[in-house]
Design a binder for this molecule. Structure first.
Ligand SMILES: C[S@@+](CC[C@H](N)C(=O)[O-])C[C@H]1O[C@@H](n2cnc3c(N)ncnc32)[C@H](O)[C@@H]1O
Length: 363
């Protein structure tokens, strides 16, 4: 949106100014607002340069340019850090003082100054190509959790929904995005709040079912919510998996006793999103999703088939499930005990039929 209205001349002018900015000058009051898990993520040189960017941002008068430069700064953090986003955690390069365990070398770590200037040149090229190029000015970004925001969207409105939701794989995105969240000024408390607000994919997530029910009822979507509850309660494969996991938990055999809660919370929230997707898509429109199957306690969870069942109950047709050529192996912990087995990694294409079934799902 900012890129759609920014002046190319002003952007260029500020980029030239940034090239002449003295990144070695001791930055003023700004200090990178680290949280516990980001401490030590940058060399002293790069941390000073990041702080120096904050001083430079203060000197940019144009609001849109300033926001884009700040965004570029945020987008450069991982590259110039001792970390790499690696699924569940930030992986630490051996050069970091807090690096532990297996030696990991992420390769050359550039200076922040060079990396951000390179990135801003990329932004400039994109901006020059807008209007007929790849940048559309007609974008609306809705801030908030899709679990709540979807409910506020109109019926049968969108042509296409493309999504890569969290997988049921225990990845905690507040860890993956810790550098960016810290840069944005999120403290430990706010990050804890985010972790709970995200779609449940970790064993730490508590059930949001009651809060979601209250929200959906307040919007008079109670019937849709009841249909979600029935689809979830009646899903046979899910019932069977939960039964096995509950029994394993009671026998003290699970690696984490909250695993059954994770499965329950994940699939309940996904069922809700699938029903909402079916509601907001116009007849003839499609939903495209990428997701992985997972395995816990030796049990493969056919995420693709369970979600397809929800989709059909929500009034969508499963057009195709593309299985990607190479799936994912299970975790090393699981592999030791249960052997290596590749899980399906798929792209689902669901279509809302035109006619009878294409009715609005809020009746
Ligand atoms: C599998 S990742 C997809 C990443 C994306 N394809 C990208 O390249 O950035 C899942 C994403 O869903 C986001 N997410 C989790 N819960 C959400 C929620 N309730 N509302 C909106 N986004 C959420 C996570 O923060 C994460 O970025």
């Amino acid at each position: 949106m900012r890129a759609g209205s920014v002046s190319i001349e002003t952007f260029h002018h500020e980029l030239n100014r940034l090239k002449n900015h003295d990144f070695s000058k001791q930055p003023s009051a700004y200090r990178f607002p680290h949280i516990r898990i980001t401490n030590g993520a940058f060399s002293e040189l790069n941390e000073n340069q990041i702080c120096s960017l904050a001083d430079f941002l203060g000197s940019i008068k144009d609001e849109n340019v300033c926001a884009l430069f700040r965004f570029a700064g945020m987008a450069t953090l991982e590259e110039v850090s001792f970390t790499r986003k690696d699924g569940q955690y930030l992986r630490w390069d051996h050069r970091a003082s807090r690096s532990r365990g297996k030696r990991f070398e992420k390769g050359r770590i550039p200076e922040f100054q060079d990396a951000i200037i390179g990135r801003l040149h990329g932004f400039l090229d994109d901006i020059k190509n807008r209007n007929g190029g790849g940048v559309s000015g007609n974008v609306e970004v809705i801030r908030g959790s899709c679990l709540y925001k979807m409910a506020e969207q109109p019926d049968s409105f969108f042509d296409l929904l493309v999504t890569s939701p969290p997988y049921c794989n225990r990845y905690d995105y507040t860890r993956t995005y810790a550098l960016e969240l810290a840069f944005l000024g999120c403290g430990e408390q706010q990050i804890k709040y985010f972790r709970q607000a995200l779609l449940s994919a970790t064993v730490e997530n508590k059930s949001k079912r009651q809060a979601l029910r209250a929200h959906y009822c307040s919007l008079k979507h109670d019937q849709l919510f009841s249909r979600v509850e029935s689809a979830f309660d009646e899903q046979a494969a899910l019932r069977e998996i939960l039964q096995i996991l509950h029994a394993a938990r009671d026998a003290g055999e699970l690696s984490n006793n909250h695993l059954p809660n994770l499965i329950e919370n994940y699939f309940f929230e996904m069922a809700l999103l699938v029903f909402e997707a079916a509601r907001v898509i116009r007849p003839g429109g499609r939903v495209i999703m990428v997701n992985d199957n997972v395995r816990y306690h030796g049990e493969e969870i056919p995420v693709d088939l369970i979600l397809a069942d929800f989709a059909e109950k929500a009034g969508l047709e499963v057009e195709v499930i593309w299985v990607l050529p190479k799936g994912k192996g299970n975790s090393s912990q699981q592999m030791g005990r249960w052997g290596r087995k590749e899980m399906r990694k798929c792209i689902y294409v669901w279509r809302k039929p035109v006619g009878g079934n294409g009715r609005s799902l809020i009746e």
